[in-house]
Design a protein around this ligand. Structure first.
Ligand code: HEC
Length: 148
């Protein structure tokens, strides 16, 4: 009987332990997941600049779509339980101004699709990238990402 009780206790303990580590892992996965998407966007934004400088507009367009899609996914990557840990640079202001933060994310996403269209006719490719791509990075970082 005692052995059985110990066994059941151990079973409950191990299952609750694995639950809590699963919960932890998902916060870790979310924070690391969003960092990875921002990094990927940065790499692709730099590639876009290089491609456009050498007139390779068609090659740049899929990368713009990819950044736009990442921004849309990122809308779901800031749940309440991911305010801290795992070296996040996300500021508390995100959760205090969630609508504004999401609106900036959505605008950044929409602007990448506008950029893909605008490059067909724009005279100044540098200026249009600044307006529809780079300015959105700083607009958001200034308010919602810790200085790094
Ligand atoms: C709507 C808000 C928003 C926009 C737009 C945005 N960022 Fe960020 N970015 C963030 C936040 C918030 C973090 C911090 C994420 C974290 O550490 O959890 C971040 C983090 C990063 C990181 C660090 C990733 C890491 O590994 O820690 C890079 C690089 C980055 N952003 C680049 C960019 C670039 C380049 C653009 C524009 C092309 C951009 N971001 C647009 C909000 C934004």
């Amino acid at each position: 009987m005692k052995i059985l009780k110990t066994f059941i206790f151990a079973l409950i303990l191990s299952s609750s332990l694995s639950f809590s580590s699963l919960a932890n892992q998902s916060v870790e996965e979310i924070i690391k997941g969003r960092k990875a998407m921002f990094s990927e966007n940065y790499q692709n934004a730099k590639k876009i600049s290089i491609l456009l400088r050498s007139g390779k507009k068609e090659e740049a367009k899929p990368l713009m779509k990819k950044i736009s899609d990442n921004y849309k996914k990122l809308l779901d990557y800031f749940p309440e339980n991911t305010k801290e840990g795992f070296k996040t640079e996300a500021l508390p202001s995100i959760w205090e101004n969630k609508d504004e933060f999401n609106a900036l994310m959505q605008k950044a996403s929409d602007d990448m699709l506008k950029l893909a269209k605008a490059i067909d006719t724009a005279d100044d490719l540098g200026a249009i990238q600044k307006k529809l791509m780079w300015s959105n990075c700083s607009a958001c970082h200034d308010r919602f990402r810790a200085p790094h």
